[in-house]
Design a protein around this ligand. Structure first.
Ligand code: NAD
Ligand code: MG
Length: 379
């Protein structure tokens, strides 16, 4: 399907190309795309599609997707898994691989991930390994998965040794981000995904951050601003992925806010009742800017501006806002040292010289982090 004919179907369609050579694909963003997903997926030339979804998303959207695929003559099967991070497991991987094989999905056919990042990571990994690789399509249904996890080809599951430790790079053949699907997403999940949207502005696009400050209400309400925020985030992520597909260099910038965020997730035992990933990232973004200001790298007014915006949308920004507390400075430092490779007592952080001016900072002394955190923990 050409972009022009696709646009006739849906005037609000935005296409974001991911030019990765023979692994190139498009990200389609717009309201109501699920109704025409079948035609777009059929255009990839498959005869069968195995939908992978979860028990929250399946009842809401699987029927529409199935009908749209069947209308194109595709043979459709479906596997529905329990919602939640625990589903990114070896046991679920086995279930998905077996279901895909039982559905007689061949090399030319497709696995379709219909869900948030959990389903996308799991189904993508299953697609990477079944028959040594079948194609897959992402139909992300959370804001986080539309702006982050569905783009870039990182797939995987968790192991007892940590999150995302078993996986593969496997790019999707197409990403269909229907922004209307986010209407049913709980507000807390919307906010969590929004932290990753803000992150793209903070990394290298001050204008996009200013746009977020002016337009966030429309993003939450589901106006055209939501489509624009998703598309702009995908453009930003795609640009980084195209420069550094396998994370050997500046793809690490996407980890802005994540050193602090991951440590907080760990210290709250990955208990989503206390902290979800995006909330950890929101605190982490604010901490990365406050730490940058503490080191004299960034104007304090920029750190303040980051915090004011995150608070305006209802996201936390301080360590003291972690429900149940985040533990001691030593526990935090330990958790951060485990997340990032420590070289001779020094850590690598993503810091900022200002909004939109982030950089990779190796060689940050643990003592500097300790002094900063000692001040923060009571702030
Ligand atoms: P998720 O997939 O667990 O979804 C969050 C919750 O929302 C779930 O309960 C889900 O059932 C529900 N849900 C999903 N869509 C819905 C909808 N439209 N309406 C109502 N409810 C809906 O979480 P997530 O935040 O989307 O993804 C988190 C995962 O993504 C983590 O495992 C993380 O490691 C991974 N991730 C991967 C990458 C990557 O590059 N591959 C990047 C970032 C995060
Ligand atoms: Mg993240």
């Amino acid at each position: 399907m050409t972009p022009a004919s696709a646009r006739m179907d849906n005037p609000s369609l935005i296409t974001v190309p991911v030019p990765l050579g023979e692994r190139a694909y498009d990200i389609l963003v717009g309201r109501g795309l699920i109704d025409t997903a079948g035609a777009r997926i059929a255009a990839l030339g498959a005869r069968a599609a195995a939908i992978v979804t979860d028990e929250h998303v399946g009842p809401l959207y699987a029927a529409a997707l199935t009908a749209s695929l069947e209308a194109q003559g595709l043979r459709v099967s479906m596997i529905t898994l329990p919602p939640g991070e625990a589903t990114k497991s070896y046991a679920s991987l086995e279930r998905v691989c077996d279901a895909v094989l039982a559905a007689r999905i061949e090399r030319g056919d497709l696995v379709v991930a219909l869900g948030g990042g959990v389903i996308g990571d799991l189904a993508g990994f299953a697609a990477a390994v079944v028959r040594r690789g079948v194609r897959f399509v992402q139909v992300p249904t959370t804001l986080l998965s539309q702006v982050d996890s569905s783009v870039g080809g990182k797939t995987g599951i968790n192991s007892r040794y940590g999150k995302n430790l078993v996986g593969a790079f496997h790019q999707p053949s197409l990403v269909i981000a229907d922004t209307a699907l986010l209407d049913t997403l709980p507000i807390r999940e919307r906010r969590a995904g929004y932290a990753e949207v803000v992150k793209y502005g903070l990394i290298d696009d001050e204008r996009f951050f200013a746009w977020c400050e002016a337009n966030w209400q429309g993003v939450f309400a589901g106006g055209p601003e939501r489509d624009e925020a998703v598309a702009q985030s995908c453009r930003a992520k795609a640009a980084v992925v195209v420069r550094d597909e396998h994370e050997t260099g500046d793809r690490a910038l996407l980890n802005l806010g994540h050193t602090f965020g991951h440590a907080l997730e760990k210290l709250t035992a990955y208990d989503s009742r206390r902290l979800v990933h995006g909330e950890g990232v929101a605190i982490g973004l604010s901490q990365a800017f406050r730490f940058s200001a503490f080191l004299g790298l960034c104007p304090p007014a920029d750190a303040e501006r980051v915090e004011v915006h995150l608070n305006a949308v209802g996201l936390p920004t301080r360590l003291s806002q972690v429900p149940g507390g985040c533990g001691t400075v030593d526990a935090l430092l330990d958790a951060m040292a485990q997340d990032k490779k420590v070289k001779g007592g020094a850590l690598t952080f993503i810091l900022a010289r200002g909004i939109g001016r982030s950089f990779i900072a190796p060689g940050i002394e643990a003592d500097q982090v300790r002094t900063f955190l000692t001040g923060e923990i009571s702030a």
